[in-house]
Design a binder for this molecule. Structure first.
Ligand SMILES: Nc1ncnc2c1ncn2[C@@H]1O[C@H](COP(=O)(O)OP(=O)(O)OP(=O)(O)O)[C@@H](O)[C@H]1O
Ligand SMILES: [Mg+2]
Length: 223
């Protein structure tokens, strides 16, 4: 049996009275490229926040590396790139300074080369464009050499070259670690995912990419 790195059991969550996530169970195995698809407002970002312990479930269980989330403390094993990130007053300093502040020099060197960040190093993070910031956030998530990388719409706001670059980066990263990606790029997920969690139908369901075409209508209400 492959190793389960994330396990979600009978998860329930709501922000208000109305349930958003209902009785959701699935697992993610070591080395998987796990895609999460679904319409706006389906609860994809919320699910990631629950898996990272930022939000508390109403009921249910989340296990990380075989340990209950409440007791889990090896957070360096998990890298997270959020969907939107407010940086206005949080980061001062250049990209190079930011990265070196959180990771050893050798590791930063590798990440800079891997993500082609050389030209951004001396620039203040807050003055970068949205897409440039997105790449730096990915670099920051990689500094702890995480075993699981969780990304919430990593391609949003990137131009076509940057998208292709990040897609290739994620493919390369998935060769040696577990990658969990929320994306609206159905083609990208279908080409790369080992399995896909479809959220926001009358129920949520984990499927293989080949099964996805049949789900499109149900998932997005397309005709
Ligand atoms: N902090 C919050 N308080 C109250 N409601 C929230 C909060 N965050 C999200 N919601 C609501 O919960 C629902 C799910 O939001 P979520 O961000 O998880 O959706 P999503 O699937 O990630 O959507 P998108 O594709 O647009 O990113 C939405 O209706 C949203 O308005
Ligand atoms: Mg979202």
């Amino acid at each position: 049996m492959p190793d389960k790195v994330i396990e979600v059991r009978e998860l329930n969550f709501s922000y208000r009275d109305e349930p958003l996530i209902e009785n959701l169970s699935f697992e993610i195995y070591r080395g998987e490229f796990f895609g999460i698809l679904g319409p706006n407002g389906a609860g994809k970002s919320t699910l990631l926040k629950l898996m990272l312990g930022f939000l508390k479930p109403k009921s249910g269980k989340i296990m990380l590396f075989g340990e209950r989330l409440e007791k889990f403390s090896s957070w360096r094993k998990i890298g997270y790139v959020p969907q939107r990130f407010s940086v206005e007053r949080t980061f001062t300093g250049s990209v190079g300074e930011l990265l070196r502040a959180i990771a050893p020099k050798e590791r930063v060197g590798w990440i800079i080369a891997f993500l082609h960040l050389e030209n951004l190093l001396k620039r203040p993070f807050v003055k970068l464009s949205g897409g440039e910031q997105q790449k730096v956030l990915l670099a920051m998530a990689l500094t702890s050499n995480p075993e699981i990388l969780i990304l919430d719409e990593p391609m949003t706001g990137l131009d076509i070259h940057a998208q292709e670059h990040i897609q290739q980066v994620l493919k390369d990263l998935s060769k040696e670690r577990t990658v969990v990606v929320v994306s609206h790029d159905v083609g990208f997920i279908m080409r790369n995912a080992t399995r896909i969690l479809c959220m926001g139908m009358p129920f949520c369901k984990v499927i293989k990419p080949v099964e996805f075409e049949g789900m499109l209508k149900e998932l997005y209400g397309l005709h």
